[in-house]
Write a protein that binds this ligand. Structure first.
Ligand code: CA
Length: 235
């Protein structure tokens, strides 16, 4: 399937920003439909079944957060949130409500398009096919749970594999600490950020060339982590 097939729904109340987004996206051969309110957005989403939603968190009628919750109730469509710098807490709430990633306004075209590509890739990959992961010189088979680097076999613990697995399913996209804790440790451990930090440190020690300056397992301060495999085209 070519990129020309992809339909993107932009839900944003400011016509100027909608116009900019349309120009950017159409230049990449995406088709674009627009909505200026959350209510309209949900109608368009149901009617046109877009491949990806770009949702402004500051909408007039209903907030973008409620829209994301509604849409998540019936669709796994990738959702990328547009948020103002001042909306840090809503951003985390949006990710926890099921948004896949966010872009902070004012955004760069390159960043926005990278998030869109990562979202579409996540959707086309589906839930069950896991990629063989290459992080620099380390190659990881997430299904068989074996890893090897230049120095031979790399031993990862079951927890480390599960965290990596979770991040790899949304490769290139942010995963909140809460999501990681819920999926790997379970719903009663979502507050245990210490356990997650220890696990991430273990992964970095084994996978990163310089664990203090991670290239692959990147921290998104106050929100969570993002896996950036070197072979993706969105850097
Ligand atoms: Ca707005």
């Amino acid at each position: 399937m070519t990129q020309a097939m992809h339909l993107i729904l932009v839900i944003e109340d400011e016509p100027g920003i909608r116009a900019v987004l349309r120009v950017l996206l159409e230049a990449e051969n995406y088709r674009v439909i627009e909505a200026g309110s959350a209510e309209r957005g949900e109608i368009e989403a149901r009617t046109h079944k877009p491949d990806l939603l770009l949702v402004d968190l500051g909408l007039p009628d209903d907030d973008g957060l409620a829209l994301i919750r509604h849409v998540r109730a019936w669709s796994p469509v990738p959702v990328v949130v547009l948020s103002a710098r001042t909306m840090e807490s809503q951003k985390v709430a949006a990710l926890d409500a099921g948004a896949d990633d966010y872009v902070t306004k004012p955004f760069s075209a390159a960043e926005l398009l990278a998030r869109v590509r990562a979202g579409l890739r996540r959707a086309s990959r589906g839930a069950d096919s896991l990629p063989l992961l290459s992080l620099g010189e380390t190659h990881i088979d997430l299904t068989r749970r074996v890893a090897s680097g230049p120095g031979g076999a790399v031993h990862l613990t079951p927890l480390e594999y599960r965290v990596l697995d979770c991040l790899a399913r949304q490769s290139g996209m942010i995963v909140t600490s809460r999501q990681l804790l819920r999926e790997v440790w379970g719903p009663d451990r979502v507050g245990d950020s210490g356990a997650l930090r220890v696990c991430v440190k273990g992964l970095r020690d084994k996978l990163e060339r310089d664990p203090r300056r991670p290239q692959f397992l990147v921290t998104e301060a106050g929100i969570g982590y993002r896996l950036r495999p070197g072979d993706l085209d969105d850097e």
